[in-house]
Design a protein around this ligand. Structure first.
Ligand code: GLN
Length: 549
């Protein structure tokens, strides 16, 4: 029988509920239990695949091809496990299924109603995803008081009547500078809102800028009817990876286990502590540019559009004793000011996944700068496709070469749509139809990627509609580009590199999704290692026009 830990949020969004959930999951797992984690997103989108990254952050891809909220990526990193797409439940999925069943007369002619039919379907999905696990964490997205997440809270309340459960509420305690005081009122209101749906939180994880003080803990406890020792302090941290240790220091794991009626069967946090020690001890700086278009939105700089890429860089850097300084470079700035001007201070450059034409010119310029100046380059998905475009134009002399995603009339479609994808697009079938999930690739013996992975067959996650046009493979290879990894049938180019370059590697896949704090990804390790060898800026030349492959 599963036991549930529900994580809900109050006051405002963006508090890091995902990291709280993931940290709890890690601690319970290390206590000797089989743990899984589920994310509920109250939006009507069936999955995150159709969401604009600038508004919603990264679209995470699971092994089985789910296009998912980024929180699932955080769970995978902390729990060090692959989660299936069914662990992300959205309002859209729930309604789609209830309506399908109604049309199929599966409700036998009775009224189908929001309550209880919607929470019932939510419960059914939670129970399926929890099957085989001893403890199931369920994070309910959104903020308590929102209309959207009401049915999910109903489902949680109902499950809590049938299974041993605890509820953790994550809230925010702001510090008002003008009065010099932490304010607990928003937390009190949020808890009151939760009580309206019949849920009394067992724990409050209070987020704040620099930690709670004694009077505030007392006040939250008294006014929210939560035991004093169950108010967990969660100040802003310089690294999210410290959170499990901070929770452990406060005895959170033992308190949760006790509430769930479970005994601790282990407590081996050594690996995690070693990793956090590496963060503390990292000295040598490594400066990496991520060149993309999803960098700013209004006044804000995005922190989570390239989340998995950021984390993968951190994992690899810390393991190599380096402190990463990661700058998200707006590719249009490169178009305005030139690649050299913007990138000269960086030890390495990444062009991550992307769609559409905005900023493409700048990305291509960034790639050219890396290729010509022996600056480490890692291309991820779109970053591989544009590396092929750059090479075709500037090394092979194929004027106007492009991806047909951007220029459908290019004389040299070096990147072209996968034929099956064309049909889907023509039928306007956009949702969940890309080439998705884990696919194997066979690496060329003796290539750099083969050395980095240390094996011949690798599996990485994908999310794309376009691919290297097989017609151009020969001409590209003749000019010095090596396709060092292909699909097992040899038709799809999955990895490329430029032999002789310090580090110029790109892949059609998204290796960032598989990097874990305790198991950094080999491609990122290779990239950061190359960055640490540094190319002094003074040795870089802006060799426009030169063709150094
Ligand atoms: N837009 C490209 C494609 O669909 C690349 C996608 C990506 O970078 N994830 O093929």
């Amino acid at each position: 029988m599963p036991r549930f830990i529900f994580v809900v949020g109050g006051v405002l969004s963006g508090l890091g509920k995902g990291v709280v959930t993931a940290s709890i999951g890690y601690l319970i797992k290390k206590s000797g239990y089989k743990v899984t984690a589920i994310k509920i997103d109250p939006y009507i989108n069936v999955d995150a695949g159709t969401l604009r990254p600038t508004e919603h952050g990264e679209v995470f891809v699971t092994e089985d091809g789910g296009e998912i909220d980024q929180d699932l990526g955080t769970y995978e990193r902390f729990l060090d496990m692959d989660l299936p797409k069914m662990n992300n439940i959205t309002t859209g999925q729930v309604y789609l299924e209830v309506i399908r069943r109604e049309r199929a007369l599966e409700y036998g002619g009775r009224d189908v109603e929001v309550i209880p039919d919607i929470p019932n379907e939510v419960k059914r999905r939670i129970l399926i995803a929890s099957k085989g696990y001893e403890v199931s964490l369920v994070e309910i997205g959104g903020t308590t008081g929102d209309v959207e997440n009401l049915v999910f809270l109903h489902a949680a309340r109902s499950l809590a009547m049938e299974y041993p459960s605890v509820t953790v509420m994550v809230t925010y305690v702001p510090f008002l500078r003008n009065v010099g005081e932490l304010k607990t009122k928003p937390t009190q209101h949020a808890v009151a809102k939760l009580r309206e749906v019949g849920i009394f939180p067992d724990f409050i994880v209070a987020r704040s800028e620099s930690g709670l003080d004694e009077p505030r803990i007392e006040k939250i406890a008294k006014n929210c009817f939560v035991k004093r020792e169950n108010i967990i302090d969660n100040p802003d941290l310089d690294s999210i990876y410290r959170l499990p240790l901070l929770f452990e220091e406060q005895g959170f794991t033992d308190k949760l286990l006790k509430k769930l009626g479970l005994k601790r069967k282990g407590r081996d946090l050594r690996e995690w502590e070693d990793f956090v020690r590496k963060i503390d001890e990292a000295r040598e700086k490594v400066k990496v540019a991520i060149v993309g278009k999803y960098v700013r939105y209004g006044k804000a700089e995005h922190k989570d559009v390239y989340l998995s890429v950021l984390e993968a860089i951190k994992h690899a850097s810390y393991h190599l004793g380096a402190k990463p300084e990661i700058v998200q470079v707006f590719s249009q700035d490169i178009e305005r000011m030139g690649a050299e001007e913007i990138l000269k201070g960086f030890d390495g450059v990444i062009v991550p996944g992307g769609f559409g034409s905005t900023g493409v010119k700048g990305k291509i310029e960034a790639i050219r700068y890396c290729r010509e100046n022996d600056v480490p380059y890692l291309g991820l998905c779109f970053g591989m496709q544009l590396a092929v475009v750059e090479f075709a134009r500037n090394v092979c002399g194929l004027k106007g070469a492009h991806t047909t995603e951007i220029d459908s009339k290019t004389p040299h479609p070096v990147i072209d749509i996968i034929p099956k994808q064309k049909e889907l697009i023509e039928k306007k079938m956009y949702g969940a139809t890309m080439r998705l999930g884990s696919w194997p690739a066979v690496l060329k013996k003796g290539s750099l990627v083969h050395k980095l992975y240390g094996k011949e067959v690798v599996e990485e996650r994908h999310r794309h509609r376009y691919e290297v046009n097989p017609k151009y493979v020969k001409v590209l290879e003749k000019a010095g580009l090596l396709f060092s990894g292909r699909s097992p049938d040899g038709n799809l180019m999955e990895f490329l590199e430029i032999p002789g370059h310090r580090f110029f590697v790109a892949t059609q896949a998204h290796p960032e999704f598989k990097s874990r704090p305790l198991r950094p990804h080999p491609l990122f390790l290779g990239f950061i290692r190359a960055c640490l060898k540094r190319v002094p800026s003074s040795r870089r030349v802006s060799s426009r026009g030169s063709k150094r492959a």
